[in-house]
Design a protein around this ligand. Structure first.
Ligand SMILES: [Zn+2]
Length: 530
């Protein structure tokens, strides 16, 4: 049995489901609004129930993970970058708004669902997607809508506890106008007996409908959400901090689901904010918000899953698009080695298992996981040249074919291309810096000569590491295995800076052994010979 926060929730959810609906498949749920790009931060809304549902399936229990698309919600505003003429659609359901110009998708909602759906597939997250437009317009919630109207005074009273302004003629149901399709409507009369409902619209239109037959409207959000808990029998559904303030949907939902719909609130942890560090401006083509697809371009699916699996929902964390991603990958590789070697704490092992597999299958892995920072350095230096990349990887780690290091190599390449600022990119000099070479003092000249003399014999990561650290020792008259002293460290730093200047015209750069291997022995000789 795996011991971590996911397992703990799975225990609770199974026990609760057995109390509420014994013998039925267990239901976990997520909800997203396709009103715009789905931010990477919102992935927690799906990832949290996914991990719990997956753990329940690992235990051999049937479990559905519903992803409710709130695509029958109103279009609120025209985002920056979209033709201002879209303003005429404000107030219509998201599925009735044309997709942004140039999109291949049928409508606004589909346009923003598609990339998230693809990202979920890549992440191994299986969901049962539900379109609320389909549900409402098919009359699926007819009974529940009539029930809400019947209890409108009670619902009004529940909401009234938290209201700061007076609401007249409260209706939990809001029709979309039959003429203009917008929700600028006011319910002016309702008869419980006949279900006759009258509304007027800001466009001037007005009509009377029989609610028992009406499929062009929806329950307002604070009633809609608890209605669906009861309708679907949801036992687990987390939500963000914004849903938990006094009078918010989660708080009033608890009362409404019980008193109006005869259901119960799900087990619902509040999850904390997920931040992003260092998303480069140049890659934020979608209005500056990174999406899960953006993250999957620079990191493998198991690593992204791991970030969520290892943190409890109430812990916030950040997803690195900057240099920090290299350290993250080091940590990931170290954990993998520890577990392969039979070590690791139970919670670490649990997170690793959840990251690399689901109840259904293992996620694709890179067969030969060369360090991300090494791949990034090579991608940087070779600017993606495959022949050069393979030559270096063969020297660095005995890689025989690039397929062995994919998909990690492609992610590192993409990271270098989109996230590393131009001034931090490595550019190997075209020709030797004759001026600097001509002005070297005796010790420096001797160091460069020793390095060149030892190149062939030391042509590997380990060999070159020994060589670049050893040369300053030899020049100082010390044995190669001498312990470092402050003077020696200073001499090493000075030597490294000299090599960086001679090779790439800067005083820092990728690790020297990797850089030397990437530049190639012939070119190193050209650039270091006076
Ligand atoms: Zn209208």
């Amino acid at each position: 049995m795996i011991a971590d926060w996911v397992a703990k929730f799975a225990d609770d959810v199974i026990a609760e489901a057995d109390r509420r609906a014994p013998g039925k498949p267990i239901v976990c749920a997520s909800g997203l609004s396709p009103s715009g790009p789905i931010h990477l931060g919102n992935l927690r809304e799906v990832m949290t129930p996914h991990l719990v549902a997956d753990e329940i399936r690992r235990r051999g229990r049937a479990c559905a993970h519903l992803l409710s698309w709130d695509d029958y919600d109103r279009f609120r505003r025209v985002p920056a970058g979209v033709d201002p003429s879209w303003a005429e659609h404000v107030g219509k359901p998201l599925t009735s708004v044309p997709a942004p110009p140039g999109s291949e998708h049928a409508n606004w909602a589909e346009h923003f669902k598609a990339p998230l759906t693809a990202a979920l597939a890549e992440l191994g997250i299986e969901v049962e997607a539900i379109s609320q437009t389909e549900r409402y317009t098919a009359g699926a919630y007819r009974k529940q809508i009539l029930r809400a109207m019947e209890h409108r005074v009670k619902i009004d009273a529940i909401l009234e506890q938290y209201r700061t302004k007076v609401v007249e003629r409260y209706s939990p149901y809001k029709p979309y106008c039959a003429l203009c399709e917008r929700d600028l409507t006011t319910v002016t009369a309702y008869d419980d007996e006949s279900t006759e409902l009258a509304y007027t619209c800001a466009c001037g239109f007005g009509e009377s409908v029989r609610l028992a037959e009406h499929d062009r409207g929806k329950l307002v959000w604070k009633v809609d959400w608890p209605m669906r808990w009861a309708y679907e029998g949801v036992v687990f559904e987390p939500s963000g901090v914004d849903h938990h303030s006094p009078g918010s949907a989660w708080i009033v939902g608890e009362q409404i689901v019980g008193e109006v719909f005869g259901g119960a609130q799900p087990i619902g942890p509040m999850y904390a904010f997920v931040g992003i560090t260092g998303m480069a401006k140049m890659s934020s083509s979608k209005g500056g918000v990174p999406t899960p697809a953006d993250a999957l371009e620079i990191m493998e699916a198991p690593v992204l899953r791991w970030l969520y699996a290892r943190r409890k929902p109430e812990q916030s964390f950040k997803i690195a698009f900057d240099q920090e991603i290299q350290r993250l990958y080091d940590e990931w590789d170290a954990l993998g080695r520890k577990i392969t070697g039979g070590g690791g704490l139970p919670a670490e092992k649990a997170a690793h298992t959840r990251a690399t597999s689901t109840a259904v299958a293992a996620l694709p892995a890179t067969p030969h996981p060369v360090a991300y920072r090494t791949l990034a350095s090579i991608a940087d230096i070779t600017t993606g040249d495959e022949r050069q990349t393979l030559r270096i990887l063969a020297d660095v780690d005995g890689v025989a074919a690039l397929e062995e290091v994919r998909p990690r190599l492609d992610r590192a390449q993409r990271w270098v291309d989109t996230q590393v600022p131009a001034e931090q990119r490595t550019r190997v000099r075209d020709s030797a810096d004759a001026e600097r070479l001509g002005a070297l003092d005796d010790d420096s000249a001797a160091s460069v000569r020793l390095l060149l003399d030892g190149l062939d014999e030391h042509w590997s990561v380990e060999g070159l590491t020994t060589l670049v650290y050893g040369v300053p020792k030899l020049v100082a008259g010390l044995p190669v295995d001498a312990k470092p002293t402050p003077e020696l460290k200073q001499a090493q730093r000075a030597f490294f800076a000299l090599l960086y200047h001679l090779l790439i015209g800067r005083d820092t750069g990728p690790r020297l052994p990797t850089l030397l291997l990437a530049v190639g022995a012939d070119r190193v000789r050209t650039l270091l010979s006076p």
